[in-house]
Design a protein. Structure first.
Length: 223
């Protein structure tokens, strides 16, 4: 691990113990450890400069709200985006909360500090080609053919029907047979039937189809 600089040796040792705790007890990944180390090192270095040296671990006891705001303002001033700053604040709160339990510090102000707001991005849907590639990749990594066939079937079901994994794994043969009896079309739907409708709507031929809903359920919605 790189030498910790810009703050007291006691703070550096506490940071090292916390990171070891995250790795050994919490099972944090190497990337998480690296990111947390960088974020907390930056915070400790700022606090040391902000208080012109500080006084070891005692400088982290009962930090006022103004210190946290000053640090966040400095991070924004050097170009850190809201999402990254929120992650850094989370690391600092985690570290100081852990330290407060062992040193009997007052971390109330730190733990109650809210991070900057940012708009969460919605996950992008897979394209038909992307979904096909994912399914093929799942099957390729199976140790046995029957395992690959099972995994492909489950992945296809999740993608085509929008099921949660718990819902998909809870399906039984008896449940499927009972469902088929209720379908007016008298049979199960095929993934290709849904995919063809999606391809049509996404193609140039479907460009004049606007504001319409297509229900592909074998007549179930008419019951």
């Amino acid at each position: 691990m790189a030498e910790l600089t810009g703050f007291s040796a006691a703070q550096g040792e506490a940071l090292a113990r916390w990171l070891d705790h995250l790795s050994a007890v919490k099972g944090a990944s190497d990337k998480t450890i690296t990111a947390y180390r960088r974020d907390v090192q930056g915070f400790l270095a700022f606090m040391s400069a902000h208080h012109e040296g500080g006084a070891g671990l005692s400088a982290l006891d009962a930090l006022p709200h103004t210190d946290l705001r000053a640090w966040m303002a400095a991070e924004r001033g050097r170009g850190l985006q809201a999402r990254s700053l929120s992650r850094a604040l989370s690391a600092v709160k985690n570290f100081l909360g852990w330290l407060a339990e062992r040193q009997e510090f007052d971390a109330t102000v730190v733990l109650s500090t809210r991070g900057p707001r940012y708009r969460r991005k919605l996950p992008r849907p897979l394209t038909v080609e992307g979904a096909r590639d994912v399914v093929q990749e799942i099957g390729a990594h199976a140790a046995q053919d029957w395992v690959g066939a099972r995994d492909i079937a489950v992945a296809t079901l999740l993608y085509a029907c929008g099921l949660r994994i718990s819902e998909a794994l809870g399906l039984t043969g008896a449940a499927l047979d009972g469902l088929i009896e209720q379908i007016p079309a008298g049979r199960r739907g095929k993934p290709a039937e849904i995919a063809e409708a999606v391809v049509f709507l996404a193609s140039d031929e479907g460009g004049f189809t606007v504001g319409s809903e297509f229900v592909i359920d074998g007549g179930m919605s008419n019951l």
